[in-house]
Design a protein around this ligand. Structure first.
Ligand code: OGA
Ligand code: MN
Length: 210
């Protein structure tokens, strides 16, 4: 898979910046190229089969703990240089980071991300992505890796927007959702099939609290 760097003034990226500025979130149904989506899904399944995904914890630092009654996904953090497909994804997200910095002056310095696999029935209760004791996370970005997902299979990302409005995203392969990490409460509804994604956070510089 070739590196996926795209210019930071690509119309798709400018649209995301504009959506974030006006609404605090953006959904792009056709973001990842289909071959990259497939390759990332295969990489996620391979890691799951090799036992590399682990139950995700709630919270951060010494007080983080595994609580399946809050979130039931299995995750693995990704690092550059592990796999070419992951590097392609990271290159794309870096273009988005540049676009966000140019358009919104957010001073985003890095990006952390993990594969997530929700087994059938797993969910993630309503939460906000920014930690109480660490406000470095500015923008959340989720890409979905699921082939031919049907709305009746569940697994929606439900966002709680202004004035009591709710908005559900069906986790269809190739779709990207971006939102302000400190401002949009959201949850993942249970699904009748396995649900794969890559979730990441653009962060600004901050003082490590611990
Ligand atoms: C998360 C999260 C949303 C999704 O990992 O914090 O909210 O749709 N994920 O997978
Ligand atoms: Mn979240």
């Amino acid at each position: 898979m070739r590196a996926m760097q795209i210019p930071s003034d690509h119309p798709l990226l400018l649209q995301i910046v504009d959506d974030l500025a006006t609404h605090g979130w953006s959904q792009q149904n056709i973001f990842l190229p289909q071959d990259l989506t497939r390759a990332l899904a295969a990489e996620c399944r391979k890691r799951a089969a090799e036992g590399e995904l682990a139950p995700a914890a709630v919270g951060r630092g010494p007080s983080s703990e595994i609580r399946e009654g809050i979130r039931g996904d299995h995750i693995q953090w990704i690092e550059p240089g592990q796999a070419e497909v992951c590097d392609s994804y990271l290159a794309l997200m870096d273009s988005l980071r540049e676009a966000l910095n140019r358009g919104l002056f957010l001073g985003l310095e890095d990006f952390e991300s993990h594969f997530a696999m929700y087994p059938p029935g797993a969910f993630y209760l309503k939460h906000v992505d920014r930690f109480r004791d660490d406000d470095r996370r500015m923008v959340s970005a989720v890409v979905y890796l699921n082939d031919a997902w049907l709305p009746e299979q569940g697994g929606q990302l439900r966002m709680y927007l202004e004035e009591g409005a709710q908005y559900d995203v069906v986790p269809i392969g190739g779709c990207l959702v971006v939102f302000l990490s400190g401002e949009v409460p959201h949850e993942v509804l249970p699904a009748s099939r396995e649900r794969l994604s890559l979730t990441g956070w653009f962060r600004r510089r901050g003082n490590e609290p611990f």
